[in-house]
Design a protein around this ligand. Structure first.
Ligand code: OAD
Length: 240
């Protein structure tokens, strides 16, 4: 148990996925028979889908946006604040989630590698907007600057995740990598833990079910993030 104790000089990366928001009432992607809120992922989360049916795609993301406004962070999100406060700049939170619950909980340094429901951008002039500043009444919201279509600022399948350079830099220094509530099926995020392990970092997983990349985890805790994280983080940080 002793090698679980973190020190102030540890460089910790936490990667979160849909599982950490499950206890806030947001459905995960792969736990519902391959459908995501009753849609096939290819119909709503690809650039091709947006080209083919922008109204359907916008309707889907408007619903996700309104749902995220109502959702509240749970004890899993909140426990990560304690880790960030203790480790300060030595703590990095990378999330695949787009629901803004980490920032609602109070996390400061968040890398949102798959974008955010709070933002959108113009497909022509690329200007980014906060979704709260645009007219969502329109079936397909338009860019206030150039009148072209806006699209949700979400990294869709087939697109390149955000901030990969920064993530690469963080992965070079990591000493402890913690993967929480993610299936280990979506790349490149799924391989961050293996990269960390190869570089000698200690690797930890917390998940309801064993994820696909469980073999890269030195320690695996099975259960709900909101139930496990508060006491685990207390124990890990007891010397800091
Ligand atoms: P998934 O839905 O694939 O996986 C969620 C994981 O969380 C599963 O392994 C569950 O067992 C686990 N889980 C469920 N409830 C949990 C709980 N309360 N506590 C802990 N674990 C729990 O979601 P992700 O792996 O995050 O991409 O999906 C990765 C990406 O694929 C998403 O970011 C999204 C998606 O399609 C884009 O939208 C680009």
């Amino acid at each position: 148990m002793n090698d679980f104790i973190f020190s102030k000089t540890d460089k910790i990366i936490v990667l979160t996925g849909a599982g950490i928001s499950a206890e806030s009432g947001i459905k995960t992607f792969r736990d519902s028979n391959g459908l995501w809120e009753n849609h096939r992922v290819e119909d709503v989360a690809t650039p091709q889908a947006f080209k083919k049916n922008p109204v359907l795609v916008w309707n889907f993301y408007k619903q996700r946006y309104y749902q995220s406004l109502k959702a509240q962070p749970n004890n899993g999100h909140k426990a990560l604040i304690e880790l960030e406060m203790k480790l300060q700049d030595n703590f990095t939170l990378i999330t695949q989630n787009v629901d803004n619950l980490h920032s609602k909980a109070g996390s400061k340094n968040i890398i949102e590698m798959h974008g955010s429901l709070n933002k959108c951008f113009c497909i022509k002039c690329q200007t980014r907007y906060s979704v709260s500043d645009i007219n969502l009444e329109r079936e397909i919201p338009l860019c206030p600057k150039c009148n072209n279509y806006l699209r949700p600022d979400i990294v869709w399948f087939g697109e390149i995740p955000y901030n990969l350079d920064l993530i690469e830099q963080k992965l070079k220094e990591v000493t402890i990598f913690i993967s929480i509530g993610t299936s280990g099926q979506v790349y490149p995020a799924a391989q961050f833990i293996a990269i960390s392990k190869l570089q000698g970092a200690k690797t930890i997983g917390i998940n309801l079910l064993p994820p696909q990349n469980k073999n890269t985890m030195d320690y695996f805790f099975q259960g709900k993030a909101g139930e496990l994280l508060p006491s685990l983080i207390k124990e890990w940080c007891k010397n800091i």
